[in-house]
Design a protein. Structure first.
Lengths: 343, 309
């Protein structure tokens, strides 16, 4: 009953506002904010009615309802709205408003070499996760070894993760690796690299960008692997030692297989985050030289910033989302099958 | 007699010495690797902090050690209006910095708090009750929340730009709080569900016997027990929100700009001096470096309950 009244209220406000913006009705609000309040009221009404109608079970539903209503309003609706925008030819800087152009954005996307170039770079960045993983595993083994001042080293190794990628872009990208007098460039000169330009050659630039991202994110992988190592039963390693395995063998045949599930979890999480990489690229190279370091996110950011092309930018983003979903589904399938085989 | 014993133990002693040498070698290797990586982690931070006290000559000549190499000076901090002699004078750049700082604090604390409330409730529900929304069971609902993680920010950024314009939420802190809440909510739910799963159900049942309702049991009995986990989730969210740049760069322009946006805009401008840039970076990372040093335990426990299962 209450829901019915609240729903009618919400629809009424929505209707008035739509009519108002399309110019059919004089009365209305100056912006769409009231819709937000109406949605909030409707949510409260929904919650109350759940309790009144379903009693105990309604009270239980009340735990989950806020998060779901929030997610629907802030994720599901905007994403669907994104699909709609993606089908528009909408440039915020041009005077004419949006107009429908169907699948034209999708067609344009296929001949956009910069976009495909950025996708290609993403393949490189994603592969680089394996290198990060190898280093992080080494560090986790070090921290798990019998050492003094373990807490000190753990805090120090964790610190890079706390820093904002934007600050890191300046600290490392713009000053440490600065061509003329950055310490990293000085060191490279001393080591015999005459021309230490970290961001001029495409491959070197890509590796430099990824090195910064790795610096920030290796601690995350390391901490989780360390937890996996510490959860490992001690007897297993001792048994391996009794059997006469040396350090390398016992790592390869005991430690690594036992921590494999943790490794796969952390690799997948890390890949998910890697696919969002943007901040460092935007701030250090802005995609250069010639798009060599572009990620999809930083490319779309520039499509919007430089050309204000909302319709096309959203189209690119949605296509990227679909690619990610396909890629991750395949990855999860393969990894779960692989795990079953390993067990 | 002594001749015999020494003859017998020479190979044994040799073996022992070899083993000890090998052990020392591996010790040395381990500690040098540790120190090497500690250097890699700390040097950029040290470089930034020390550069904020340098003058132009010291920067170009690559001086590194204060008092030995160069004379520290409040130069960088003066340009931010935060040096001791500037503290009591008015300074527009300090006002700007402080307003950005305030925005960062309010948005990240607000979003983490909102995510903690929404996420804890949902996680408790998912860990204790069986739900059925249409075809979705508990696991499907959890997957629904977790799947938000794979959504790259670019997909939401432009729709949000358009929506926020219509809702008059562009360049407001509240708008940013909503978005940040959304980005950390899956992580909070994941951590908190593990936390609640670790608390025995018998406690809830005992509370019901004592006449508490479901909500009473949650608020009075379970929530206090889950506080350490909540602290971990809160601090982790705080780190993520404080460092967020992408949405802030697109959705704020003057009023609600956060610190990362300010740092980025200064990075882009050409004439900016290294020392003031270094001072700004130092000020921007300092709060989280302190969090990292003193609350490391919570961050580690948050991360490991999240992913270690």
């Amino acid at each position: 009953m209450l829901v019915a009244i609240a729903s009618i209220g919400l629809l009424l406000v929505l209707l008035i506002q739509i009519l108002h913006t399309t110019g059919k009705l004089a009365a209305g609000f100056s912006n769409w904010r009231p819709i937000l309040y109406a949605y909030l009221l409707w949510s409260v009404a929904l919650g109350i009615s759940q309790v009144m109608v379903r009693g105990e079970r309604g009270l239980r539903a009340l735990f989950l309802l806020p998060a779901i209503l929030f997610t629907v309003a802030v994720v599901i609706f905007p994403t669907l709205f994104g699909f709609y925008i993606a089908s528009l030819d909408w440039n915020l800087s041009s005077l004419e408003g949006p107009h429908f152009n169907g699948l034209n954005n999708l067609i344009a996307l296929f001949s956009d070499t910069y976009y495909w170039n950025a996708l290609g770079n993403m393949v490189f960045y994603t592969m680089a996760v394996l290198a990060e993983y190898a280093i992080a595993f080494g560090l986790a083994l070090l921290l798990n070894a019998d050492i003094r001042a373990r807490r000190f080293f753990r805090v120090v190794f964790l610190l890079p993760m706390m820093l904002s990628p934007v600050a890191v872009s300046w600290m490392i990208g713009k000053s440490l690796m600065e061509y003329r007098f950055g310490p990293a460039a000085t060191l490279a000169r001393a080591l015999g690299w005459d021309n230490p330009a970290f961001f001029a050659h495409p491959w070197i630039a890509r590796v430099s960008i990824d090195a910064m991202d790795a610096w920030v994110s290796i601690p995350f992988i390391m901490i989780i692997l360390l937890a996996g190592l510490q959860a490992m039963p001690k007897e297993v390693l001792e048994a391996a030692k009794v059997d006469g395995a040396n350090g390398w063998q016992s790592f390869w045949h005991v430690t690594f297989p036992i921590t494999l599930p943790v490794s796969i979890t952390v690799l997948i999480i890390r890949i998910i985050f890697k696919l969002k990489l943007a901040d460092i690229v935007i701030n250090v190279t802005a995609g250069g030289p010639g798009g060599a370091t572009d990620t999809v996110s930083s490319f779309i950011y520039r499509v919007y910033r430089d050309r204000s092309n909302v319709g096309y930018g959203t189209g690119l983003a949605i296509f990227y989302l679909l690619l990610i979903i396909v890629f991750l589904t395949v990855l999860l399938r393969i990894s779960s099958r692989w795990m079953q085989k390993a067990v | 007699m002594p001749i015999f014993t020494s003859a017998a133990s020479v190979p044994a002693r040799k073996r022992q010495a070899a083993r000890r040498a090998k052990r020392t070698a591996s010790r040395v290797l381990i500690y040098s690797a540790l120190v090497f990586w500690a250097f890699i982690c700390l040097f950029p931070i040290y470089w930034t902090v020390s550069t904020s006290f340098k003058s132009a000559v010291d920067v170009t000549q690559g001086h590194l050690i204060p008092w030995l190499d160069f004379r520290p000076d409040w130069k960088g901090w003066r340009s931010l209006g935060l040096s001791p002699d500037m503290l009591f004078q008015s300074s527009p750049s300090r006002d700007e910095f402080l307003s950005r700082f305030e925005n960062s604090v309010i948005t990240s604390v607000g979003a983490s708090f909102l995510a903690l409330v929404l996420g804890s409730l949902a996680a408790y529900g998912l860990s204790r009750f069986r739900y059925k929304f249409a075809w979705m069971r508990n696991d499907d609902i959890l997957f629904f929340f977790m799947s938000q993680l794979i959504l790259p920010p670019v997909v939401l950024a432009l729709p949000f730009l358009v929506l926020y314009k219509a809702l008059a939420l562009l360049d407001t802190r509240f708008g940013l709080i909503l978005l940040y809440t959304l980005t950390v909510l899956p992580i909070v739910i994941w951590i908190m569900r593990d936390q609640f799963n670790a608390i025995p159900v018998e406690l809830d049942e005992a509370a019901f016997v004592d006449g508490l309702s479901i909500w009473g049991a949650f608020l009075r009995i379970i929530m206090p027990l889950a506080l350490p986990g909540m602290a971990a989730a809160f601090i982790l969210s705080l780190v993520l929100c404080w460092n967020e740049y992408f949405f802030a760069a697109l959705l704020t322009s003057t009023d609600a700009t956060t610190l990362p946006v300010m740092v980025a805009s200064q990075t882009g401008s050409q004439g900016i001096n290294w020392w003031s840039m270094a001072a700004l970076s130092t000020a921007a990372i300092a709060p989280l470096v302190l969090v990292g040093i003193f609350l490391e335990r919570y961050i580690v426990s948050g991360l490991t309950t999240g992913a270690g299962k």
